[in-house]
Design a protein around this ligand. Structure first.
Ligand code: SF4
Length: 342
């Protein structure tokens, strides 16, 4: 079982110490014996230990920066929510295909923001604008927030904050099984707790540093028993030899483990594997031994934002994915809802 994340190195921005959570985290890491360095801004996190980019990248992935979120304008987050709520960025996982490799560029370390009250206030404004419509906030657009939350409990506070709200809903997704501290949060059914799942082949070869399927399913059962609305994101759906068996098998494990009440209000989101040309270059640099197939010639080109197109599966392959995975879901979980396939 993958152990809960402990950073090797912590940077604390001085302004973070103006907030109670900043002080709490500094004391916590001190007690844990983690090396702490001060920095005036996260952009100054330079000279990470390591002889070359490859090693520095790995050090960064186990470095935590405790900072203050300056931009309180939220990005939109289609199709799963109206807004992305920024509590953290970066991730300690090493999924070869992860889009954070390109979006975080040369700063792949993890950041957690301690000005949570200001972030909640901003969320409040967004909710007011849309009321009485519900507003959904996605907390895992730029990180796997559950993976660090046993240290910060920011997500736990957010769950309770949205539990008290009139028109807000929270959602996030994780590949980590360290959920115990979230089980007694007073969520009032306003948080959808999702797990990202994949078949054994994909987890084994492309998702090092994350919890295994069995552990994610065990965690999902606990979450269901704690009364949270539950969901699964099957992503990235990756066509490898034997995928037509691998994905139904994954769903069988899920079906056997979940309590009956959880199957009534279950959502699935299906996302096929895709890559861009810049992402391919970064993946090949960070994970040179990866067997992830990134051959443009085998894919269909789809125009994207900012002129950066992505390579997705061919139309017939997409139809087959919907057929194999979609029909298994409907067969095994007839009361569930597939929210989208993209
Ligand atoms: Fe990226 Fe999620 Fe893997 Fe973390 S767990 S490396 S965010 S894909």
């Amino acid at each position: 079982m993958v152990k809960p994340f402990v950073p090797q190195l912590v940077y604390i921005e001085p302004r973070a110490l103006e907030y109670p959570l900043g002080v709490k985290l500094r004391d916590k890491f001190k007690d844990m014996g983690v090396e702490i360095r001060e920095t005036t801004s996260h952009n100054q996190v330079r000279n990470l230990p390591g002889d070359n980019d490859f090693q520095k990248y790995r050090t960064a992935k186990s470095t935590l920066v405790v900072g203050v979120r300056k931009t309180l304008k939220f990005d939109t987050s289609k199709p799963s929510a109206e807004y992305a709520i920024p509590f953290a960025t970066g991730c300690m996982g090493h999924c070869h295909y992860c889009y954070l490799q390109t979006t975080m560029g040369s700063k792949p370390y993890i950041r957690t923001y301690v000005n949570t009250e200001e972030i909640f206030d901003a969320a409040e404004q967004y909710m007011k604008e849309r009321a009485p419509e519900e507003t959904r906030f996605e907390a895992s657009c730029t990180s796997d927030i559950v993976g660090i939350d046993h240290l910060t409990h920011t997500l736990k506070h957010a769950i309770e904050y949205f539990g008290r709200s009139e028109h807000g809903q929270l959602r996030f997704v994780t590949k980590f099984a360290h959920v115990d501290h979230l089980l007694d949060a007073d969520h009032k059914g306003r948080t959808r707790f999702r797990f990202s799942i994949n078949d054994d082949y994909v987890i084994k070869y492309f998702e090092p540093g994350t919890s295994r399927l069995k552990d994610r399913i065990e965690a999902a059962v606990k979450v269901a028993e704690a009364g949270y609305p539950l969901g699964f994101i099957v992503a990235p759906i990756y066509l490898h030899e034997g995928w037509q068996q691998g994905y139904p098998e994954m769903l069988e494990h899920l079906e056997a483990a979940l309590p009956a009440h959880a199957k009534k209000n279950l959502t699935f989101e299906l996302i096929q594997h895709r890559f861009t040309k810049p992402a391919k270059r970064v993946i090949q640099k960070n994970y040179p031994m990866s067997k992830l197939e990134l051959d443009e010639n085998k894919r269909k080109y789809k125009w994207g934002r900012y002129g950066i197109g992505k390579y997705v599966y061919q139309n017939e392959e997409q139809e087959e994915i919907k057929d194999v995975i979609g029909s298994t879901i409907y067969k095994m979980f007839p009361q569930s809802r597939i929210e989208y396939f993209t």
